[in-house]
Write a protein that binds this ligand. Structure first.
Ligand SMILES: [Cu+2]
Length: 318
C-alpha cells in the first residue's frame, strides 16, 4: 500500500520518526568499509546512512558522457528528477525497515512557504528548532543531529568530499551556515514559474536548457542559483559538496523537489524526455537507461515516472 509523504513542519510524529530513523541508519553497519569503497585511510565500517552519501558522490562524479561537459549521472541533465526519486525511494525503504514501520513516508520541507518571509524569519523557521532538525553552526549543537564532543555515538560526519572532489574520512559534527552565502530561499513565484514551463527538458539537456527540469534544478532562472540549487546554497556547510546527503536536510529538500516534479506531471501529463532513440551521448539520461545504482538493483526513469503505488504526497500545492 502506498505511504503518505507529509509536510515536516506540520507533522510532529513524522518529524520525530525521521530523526530517529536517520540516527538508526547512522548506527547500522552491514559490511562495506572505507577500504572496500576505495576511501583512503584506516579501514572502518561505513554506516547504511553514509552509504547513501557515497552513492550520491559516485553519481555526481560519473560524467555522462564520460570525460565531456558537466552533465553527470544524477545532475545537470534530464535524469536529475528520476535519479533522486530512485534515491529517495531507497532511503524511505531503509527508514521503514529500521523504524519497523512500513507506513512511514519521507517528510518534505515546503521551503517556498518559508521563502515568503523576511531573511531573518527564514533563518528562524520552525524547521531549525531543536524539536525539528536543529539549527545552524559549525558544528550544529542543537537538535537530533547535534555534535556532542565526548559522545562518539552522536551524529558525526564520517565521509565527505574534499576540495578536489574526492571522498575522505572525517570525524566531526554537522555544519550549516543558514542564510550566509545567499540570504533568501526560493518562494512561491519561483515554484509557480517552474511549474508552468514546458517541455520537461530539451537540447542541450544540460545547465543551459530551457524547460522545467533545468529551472527546477536551479540553473536557469534569472536569480540563479534558484529552487533546488538555491536551497543547497542557503543551508550551506555540508549541503554544498557532492557529499551533501550528509545533512538530513538534503532529503527534505529533495522530497520537496520530487513533490514539485509530481505537481508538474499532474499538470502536464506523466511524460519524460529524452526517448530511448536519443543519441548515445545522452546515455544515462534516456527513458530506458539504467540509472546509477549502489544499494539496490538499478531502476530506469521509466520505472519511476508513476510512483503512486509506492507513495503519494498529502498535498501538491507547491
Ligand atoms: Cu543530488
Amino acid at each position: 500500500m502506498a505511504v503518505t509523504r507529509r509536510n515536516i513542519l506540520t507533522n510532529a510524529d513524522v518529524r520525530a520518526q525521521y530523526a530517529r530513523g536517520v540516527n538508526l541508519l547512522k548506527r547500522e553497519f552491514t559490511g562495506p568499509t572505507t577500504s572496500s569503497l576505495g576511501i583512503p585511510g584506516p579501514s572502518r565500517q561505513v554506516s547504511t546512512y553514509d552509504l547513501f552519501v557515497v552513492w550520491h558522490h559516485t553519481a555526481m562524479s560519473t560524467m555522462t558522457p564520460p570525460s565531456q561537459g558537466d552533465r553527470n549521472a544524477a545532475h545537470r541533465g534530464p535524469v536529475f528528477f528520476p535519479w533522486h526519486r530512485f534515491m529517495l525511494i531507497q532511503l524511505e525503504l531503509n527508514l521503514q525497515r529500521v523504524l519497523e514501520d512500513e507506513t512511514f513516508g519521507l517528510p518534505y520541507w515546503d521551503w517556498a512557504a518559508d521563502g515568503a518571509r523576511t531573511p531573518s524569519q527564514q533563518r528562524q523557521s520552525a524547521l531549525w528548532r531543536a524539536t525539528a532538525v536543529g539549527g545552524t553552526g559549525s558544528p550544529v549543537r542543537t537538535g537530533p543531529f547535534r555534535f556532542i564532543a565526548d559522545d562518539p555515538d552522536s551524529f558525526r560526519i564520517r565521509v565527505e568530499a574534499d576540495a578536489d572532489g574526492r571522498l575522505i574520512q572525517s570525524n566531526r559534527g554537522l555544519r550549516r551556515d543558514l542564510g550566509v552565502s545567499i540570504s533568501t530561499l526560493p518562494n512561491r513565484a519561483d515554484t509557480a514559474g517552474a511549474l508552468a514551463l514546458r517541455p520537461y527538458d530539451q537540447a542541450n539537456w544540460d545547465t543551459t536548457s530551457a524547460g522545467f527540469r533545468n529551472r527546477a534544478e536551479g540553473w536557469a532562472a534569472p536569480d540563479a542559483p534558484a529552487l533546488h540549487n538555491r536551497v543547497h546554497v542557503w543551508v550551506g556547510g555540508d549541503m554544498l559538496p557532492s557529499s551533501s546527503p550528509n545533512d538530513p536536510v538534503f532529503y527534505l529538500n529533495h522530497c520537496n523537489e520530487d513533490r514539485l516534479w509530481e505537481a508538474w506531471m499532474a499538470r502536464h501529463t506523466r511524460t519524460y524526455v529524452p526517448a530511448q532513440s536519443a543519441p548515445a551521448s545522452l546515455r544515462g539520461h534516456r527513458i530506458n537507461d539504467q540509472m546509477l545504482a549502489f544499494l539496490s538493483a538499478p531502476m530506469r526513469p521509466a520505472d519511476v515516472l508513476d510512483a503512486r503505488s509506492i507513495y503519494a504526497y498529502d498535498s501538491l500545492a507547491v
